[in-house]
Ligand binder design. Structure first.
Ligand code: AMP
Length: 491
């Protein structure tokens, strides 16, 4: 299929061509015709699938072919996003795809001077991309008129709810024309009953579109876990970057403080690094992102919220320095790489205290991630792959290891603990302290990078049998629903 099939204006096709897109991505192929028909849409598409063009292209077509409905300077189309970065990213897409059209667009978000935004709004906008807080500030001051909105897009709706924006969203919706007098598009990577509830109030007889298995991580991203002690994560990260000669890696930290500390340590290891998080000014965030994109900064350390919306062409590596508390964030994080069908790699450095977070993620994405212990960085406590005692009690798949089946016992049975290390000639299970220290070098000269496919990586026991039933497709997380089957009362 080609973009010509959609019957888009020549100016839009030209811009798409200039972007170098050959054919629509699956979400675009499904969503664009339906949006062009004027239907409301509920789209399950994770980040990196090309979903932005999925709504921006038909929106531009609408603007190019339909006369302005309302009089005056009212906003014609509105895209609401959870974060500033995503708003900026969507705004950029509007400019890119609409470059040969006369489309007035603006992006407004908090953390920057409100005056220039007021001036832009006064001009009368075709497309407004905004975060909820600043948009409501403008509404409160009477500097934005949303009463004539023709197309309303709620982007990354799941994230909006995670960030507690539900009341803001409702306040914004109250400023729009009645729902049957506007077209409504809702995009979400994951679905929960709350999203469904929101969709019910927002959409009129929506078309449902879902790609690449909502709640599943992009197939083009190779994912793996490196079990490692917490205290040695930074050392291992420096080693991976150096030994792998990675030139552009996005690292996720759970906390702002952790991100700052990590940048200091990586810089001391000789790796150019920068942090972006909510305590940084917008100017600092924009600068760090630009330096990262330009290749001046090799490691960008980000918190979940700040990284939202970051779109870097061909970003090859994402590292989870800490696992996120919310399993859906894992999907969002790794979606920064492997975008638009390109290959990417997502590595998680997981310490024993994060096993519960890892299990939540594996349950959400429906698979057990391969574990690979690295020589010289083996943790003092190996990560189990099977369900915990309490999970088994709750009826999760069990591997029936028999009596004395704690993690330790299971690991031993599987050859994944000290027993295995001893068998490999590491008498005390604490290999080469010297090698460990050497592993911190960022120049790639350090030994310790030889990957050892631990038995857990393959999910096999020493006799080649699968380790546990959990390695089969896991149950969806409680409270999650399959979109196609269960949305809008089909349960
Ligand atoms: P998104 O999921 O909207 O954030 O898009 C992810 C990336 O895919 C962006 O870098 C887009 O420029 C790129 N992209 C979008 N549509 C296409 C397409 N049809 N072909 C190739 N790349 C695309």
């Amino acid at each position: 299929m080609s973009f010509e099939h959609f019957g888009l204006e020549a100016e839009i096709l030209r811009a798409i061509n200039e972007q170098g897109y050959d054919s629509p991505t699956p979400i675009q192929a499904q969503a664009i015709p339906k949006v062009l028909e004027g239907r409301d849409l509920m789209a399950g598409a994770q980040t990196g699938t090309g979903k932005t063009a999925g709504f921006v292209l038909p929106m531009l077509q609408h603007l190019a072919t339909q006369p302005r409905r309302g009089k005056g300077k009212a906003v014609r189309t509105l895209v609401l996003t959870p974060t500033r970065e995503l708003a900026a990213q969507v705004g950029e897409s509007v400019r890119d795809y609409g470059r040969h059209l006369r489309v007035k667009s603006a992006v407004i978000f908090g953390g920057v001077n409100i005056r220039p935004q007021m001036n832009r709004l006064r001009e009368g906008l075709d497309v407004l991309v905004a975060t909820p807080g600043r948009l409501l500030d403008h509404a409160g001051q009477g500097t934005v008129d949303l009463s004539q909105v023709e197309v309303f897009v709620l982007d990354e709706a799941d994230r909006m709810l995670d960030m507690g924006f539900i009341h803001d969203i409702r306040r914004v919706i109250a400023l729009l024309p009645p729902k049957d007098q506007r077209q409504n598009l809702l995009f979400s990577a994951t679905f929960s009953p709350d999203i469904r509830k929101l969709a019910n109030t927002l959409l009129t007889s929506p078309e449902l579109v879902e790609v690449a298995g909502t709640n599943r991580s992009a197939d083009t991203v190779a994912q793996r876990i490196h079990p490692v002690d917490k205290s040695r994560k930074r050392e291992l990260l420096s080693h991976l970057v150096g030994a792998g000669n990675w030139q552009q890696v996005l690292v996720f930290s759970r906390t702002k403080h952790g991100a700052n500390r990590l940048v200091k340590q990586l810089t001391a290891d000789g790796l150019e690094s920068a942090a972006i998080h909510g305590n940084k000014s917008q100017a600092a965030r924009t600068k760090a992102l630009k330096q990262f994109k330009d290749g001046k900064v090799r490691v960008l350390v980000a918190t979940d919220i700040a990284a939202r919306g970051i779109d870097i062409d061909r970003l090859p590596h994402v590292v989870n320095f800490d696992l996120p508390n919310v399993p859906e964030d894992y999907v969002h994080r790794i979606g920064r790489t492997g975008r638009a069908g390109r290959e990417g790699e997502a590595i998680s450095l997981v310490s024993a205290d994060e096993i519960h977070l890892l299990r939540d993620i594996e349950r959400l994405i429906g698979r057990t991630l391969p574990r690979e212990e690295l020589d010289g960085y083996e943790p003092d406590h190996s990560l189990p792959t099977g369900p915990t005692k309490s999970e088994r009690k709750r009826g999760k798949p069990a591997n029936k290891p028999g009596k004395g089946s704690g993690n330790k016992a299971r690991n031993k049975a599987r050859g994944n603990g000290r027993g295995q290390q001893q068998a490999q000639g590491k008498p005390n299970g604490k290999p080469g302290r010297r090698r460990r220290r050497g592993g911190a070098r960022a120049d790639g000269a350090a030994n310790g990078g030889n990957m050892k496919s631990a038995s857990t990586a393959r999910g096999k026991t020493q006799n080649g049998k699968p380790t546990n039933a959990h390695s089969q497709r896991a149950k969806p997380a409680r409270g999650r629903v399959n979109l196609a089957d269960k949305l809008f009362g089909n349960e």
